[in-house]
Design a protein around this ligand. Structure first.
Ligand SMILES: NC(=O)c1ccc[n+]([C@@H]2O[C@H](COP(=O)([O-])OP(=O)(O)OC[C@H]3O[C@@H](n4cnc5c(N)ncnc54)[C@H](OP(=O)(O)O)[C@@H]3O)[C@@H](O)[C@H]2O)c1
Length: 505
């Protein structure tokens, strides 16, 4: 994996953020870039141009960002350094323009040129697509026509960072790949999924491959099954209109869950280069046993939350959210069983689930080891004992825990399950950095390790698309669960049918 944050500094560059008036820019991107600036990871001459259709001036844009940065840093328990902000803000500019207007892109090109000269930037440019995906194709096409894509050129470099979701199914992803590849070489394209920038996600490889005790056990001989849960405690809030066109399968499974599955299941890469790691991830995706449309209709649990309570607060159901059609069939929860049909994972089920309006926000992977033989301590009445479980907490409270058995003090042979727990904050004395900080710096130095390659996106969609289509055939198969519960009872039955239970319940 690439060097840690501290050792890298990109060459001077201009970053253009499309969708500059939006939520992602305000809440995540600019705060992350500002943090990088404060930590001295950015070159002195770096400049940022916000581009969107809204009417703003450089000054009004800076003032808006200052307010949201204060909020965002406060949430992370940081205080804004006013002097640092003033210096940083003088490097932020705003360019109004439409996403489908060649003239506006020509004007953008001119603005970049002027800044390059004024700030002594050698022409390096990073384009960041932070708009809804409907605008991606127009932006890429216009960047190309305006000569801002510079396919194949590496000095000065031009790169594009494309936000998720990358397509809505296999066809649309292939089409977006085609458009992107017409304008840029694969090496210039950085498909982002911020989950991959999380420290604990990167730690999966370190845990497995930098510790001799785990990798030898990492196979069907010792592992009974693996669970991956990505739970959100919030409902769709005001984003019902957007979410209803997406649903949990497109919004979470195709990207976040597939990445986690790949990192847990992949073979050790030959080297730590971006392509060697991504080669192994693609192999996992290609080894996934296809779920046919018919199996999806019967075997994938899809559900919507209804009126319930989360943290003592009444939460209205999904169908009551703004801009959600009252007959919507979109799932806010999904659970299913997957199989990686290769030598290492033969016979090991992977249970995946994700949902909104669940009891708490948490993403974790749990590796459930084989039970020990039913002899000695594992015999009744002491046993059966709980098998060892290794849990990787991706968020929040990032860390790793190993559950094992120990004798409780006293004359009797009482055996109790205990946990060895590594917490990121306690061990390293600080919260892990925001994923966007890491990913923006990686893109600026040209390290694509934590970004998704085109064949990876394609393989993930090849697996997920028949599932989506199968579920769509069964128009009425969306179940219900009260907000604040762990999903419908069918999700429990899915795993209990194999004699297992969800770890989080
Ligand atoms: N927000 C997050 O936390 C988050 C997290 C992960 C990924 N993402 C991804 O990042 C991208 C941007 O997300 P966002 O939440 O920032 O989106 P947003 O606030 O809805 O939109 C960003 C900006 O894009 C422009 N825009 C262009 N076409 C638009 C359209 N058809 N409808 C609405 N706005 C349009 C708007 O600016 P103008 O009208 O001024 O041009 C808007 O302010 C999306 O692809 C999203 O999936 C977001």
């Amino acid at each position: 994996m690439s060097d840690p944050l501290t050792t890298r500094k990109p060459e001077p560059f201009v970053m253009v953020v499309f969708g500059a008036s939006g939520d992602l820019t305000r809440r995540k991107l600019i705060p992350a870039i500002f943090q990088l600036w404060c930590q001295n990871h950015l070159p002195e001459s770096a400049a940022i141009i916000g581009y969107s259709r809204s009417e703003k001036t450089d000054e009004s844009f800076r003032a808006e960002l200052c307010d949201s940065i204060r909020d965002s840093l406060k949430c992370q328990q940081h205080i804004i350094d006013d002097a640092a902000w003033e210096t940083f803000a003088s490097r932020i500019f705003y360019q109004r323009g439409a996403y489908d207007s060649p003239e506006d892109f020509a004007a953008l090109g001119q603005r970049i040129k002027t800044l390059n000269v004024e700030r002594n930037v050698p022409g390096n440019c990073m384009h960041y697509l932070a708009t809804p995906p409907t605008a991606f194709a127009d932006i890429i096409t216009n960047l190309n026509s305006a000569g801002l894509a510079r396919k194949g050129q590496s000095d000065p470099w031009s790169r594009i960072v494309i936000e998720k979701p990358f397509g809505t199914d296999l066809q649309s992803a292939l089409e977006l790949n085609r458009i992107a590849r017409e304008a840029f070489d694969e090496e210039q394209i950085f498909r982002i999924d911020h989950y991959l920038g999380k420290e604990t996600v990167q730690n999966i490889m370190v845990l497995r491959l930098a510790n001799s005790i785990f990798e030898h056990l990492w196979c069907h001989d010792y592992i009974d099954h693996i669970q991956i849960t990505a739970a959100e405690s919030l409902g769709v809030g005001s984003r019902g209109g957007y979410y209803d066109k997406s649903g949990a399968l497109r919004d979470m499974v195709q990207n976040h869950l597939m990445h986690l599955l790949c990192l847990v299941a992949m073979e050790p890469p030959v080297t730590l280069t971006a392509d060697a790691i991504r080669d192994e991830k693609v192999k996992v995706l290609r080894s996934l046993r296809p779920i046919s449309q018919q199996c999806a209709a019967n075997g994938v649990v899809r559900a919507q939350y209804t009126l319930g309570e989360i943290d003592g607060q009444e939460t209205p159901g999904y169908l009551q959210a703004d801009n959600v059609p009252e007959d919507s069939n979109t799932e806010t929860f999904v659970a299913f069983k997957a199989h990686v049909d290769n030598w290492r994972w033969s016979g090991v089920p992977f249970y995946l689930r994700t949902g909104k309006a669940l009891p708490r926000r948490c993403t974790e992977i749990s590796i459930h080891f084989e039970p020990i033989p039913q002899i000695l301590f594992n015999r009744p009445p002491a046993g059966p004992l709980r098998p060892n479980v290794l849990t990787i907490r991706v968020q929040p409270d990032e860390g790793i825990a190993l559950e094992f058995q120990a004798k409780a003090p006293g004359p009797a042979m009482n055996i109790k399950p205990l946990e060895m727990d590594f917490g990121y904050r306690e061990s390293f004395g600080q919260a892990p950095p925001e994923a966007y900080q890491r990913l923006l710096l990686d893109a600026a130095v040209g390290d694509a390790t934590l970004f998704t390659r085109s064949d990876e996106v394609q393989a993930a969609w090849e697996f997920v698309t028949p599932v989506i289509e199968g579920c769509a055939c069964e128009a009425n198969n969306v179940l219900q669960y009260p907000a604040g519960s762990w999903g419908p009872k069918e999700a429990d039955e899915l795993i209990e049918a194999d004699g297992k239970q969800w770890r989080l319940k």
